[in-house]
Design a protein around this ligand. Sequence first.
Ligand code: NAD
Length: 370
Amino acid sequence: MEETFRFVDDLGPAKIIHVSQPSLGLRATLVVDNVARGPSIGGLRMAPDVSTEECFRLARAMTLKNSAADLAHGGGKSVLYGDPAMPREKKEPLIRAFAAALRGEGDYIFGPDMGTDEVCMAWVKDEIGRAVGLPREVGGIPLDEIGATGFGLRHAIEAALPHCNFALAGARVVVQGFGAVGKHAARFLAEVGAVVVAASDSRGAIHDPSGLDVAALIALKDQGKSVGELGRGRGLDREAVLDVECDIWIPAARPDVIREDNVERLRTKLVASGANIAVTYGAERRLHEKGIVSVPDFIANAGGVICAAMEYRGATQAAALQTIAEKVRANTEEVLRRAEREHCLPRDAAVALASDRVRRAMATRRFAIF
Ligand code: NAD
């Protein structure tokens, strides 16, 4: 009993559902954290090493992210155990079966996350009629194709600049995880004059202090290759991007990449989290002590879910991008101002802002979190 309820606090989670179908090798988990603001939206993550704990922490990040972005949605997340690169003939039945098992779970709306994409969401929509992050062909705004989250990151970074001591033109950027979020963040930042000096993916990393060709890196990834195969610059071990001197360090891959045991290695002025729960609390504290500004994940990377919520209501792509820019900028400014005023970590300021908004919604409900 204690084990089952080990994550519970006053915000959630409302439900944890484990799904299995041995004939397909399906093992998956849904965490619905808090739906006081409305049905939860959160991504479906597919990876061999996911866990219920990771799922819960990501669901909580969605509760805070959706409320910080003032969306009429609560937070949830789902995880599917397996290799996301498996052949489509195996992957599609798994995703369809997981969706079918959650057909009646109207408190959760599937979205894409690591290991899943627009096509996966089209399968879910076809199966149960409820998904966001869809391809255009079925009425979606393909948020990874247009780079909604990377676009928001650029705006978070611009809004954070008054708190940092450098200009965006010529700023050196490191991107850890050159996937859907990382590559578009690199593209949008390069468009406004920043210089990407290092990038990594699960297979390697590349470093060139004079700047990497972002378009060439994206083309490499589109061919299924690693950034390490660029052929220019210096190849690095993927973990070595932590040591690359820069102005902006962007985590855009897995959780807990900046921890107390490696935070001292960072030589940067600004951390803007594309990935969810990429920086541990202890590491956030150290960053603050060292004068490194950190824009928390659920403030900086809200672009994707803002786009998804707008899609769910039938908005256009242009309207979604404009809303992302407005909301992410306003929230970044508010969080950093509040942190300065209250002498606290930006993360504490962000959690206070988001959880105040959740609690105000909870106060209107008979059962506060579901
Ligand atoms: P993705 O699968 O498209 O890309 C992830 C990238 O990280 C890949 O290039 C992969 O090779 C790389 N990677 C994996 N492990 C790595 C490691 N140990 N070191 C370096 N690189 C590594 O996923 P994504 O959609 O870009 O999501 C990345 C992160 O951003 C996740 O934490 C996700 O939850 C978060 N996020 C995504 C969105 C979105 O719109 N896609 C929105 C908000 C947050």
